[in-house]
Design a protein around this ligand. Structure first.
Ligand SMILES: O=C(O)C(=O)C[C@]1(C(=O)O)C=C[C@@H](O)C=C1
Length: 95
């Protein structure tokens, strides 16, 4: 029974973190939409490879665990892919 309690506690902690992640995800996507609007106005390209690599470099430097670094990179690239998809749909609006 004690084992079950531990599992529940751990899952509750994960759920708390997930709720924070959801809020942060929505905040990030809102900002990415705003960036998309400025790119549309200035006709700047959606994809900025230099910026993406710089982001990955700076952020992974904050992670100590080597395995976490690797998984974070994949996760973060997916996030930036989502941003680009959203921005492309904004930039397509006015063709
Ligand atoms: O910095 C930008 O220009 C963004 O639009 C943000 C962002 C990101 O999601 O971090 C998205 C697309 C770019 O390729 C680079 C970075």
């Amino acid at each position: 029974m004690n084992k079950d309690k531990d599992l529940n506690e751990l899952r509750n902690e994960i759920r708390t973190i997930d709720k924070e992640l959801v809020k942060l995800f929505e905040k990030r996507m809102t900002l990415c939409r705003a960036v998309g609007e400025t790119k549309l106005k200035s006709q700047a390209p959606v994809f900025d490879a230099v910026r993406e690599e710089e982001n990955i470099r700076n952020l992974t430097a904050l992670i100590e665990n080597v395995t976490d670094k690797m998984y974070f990179t994949g996760w973060y690239r997916s996030l930036m892919d989502i941003s680009k998809e959203i921005q492309r749909s904004i930039c397509k609006k006015q063709g």
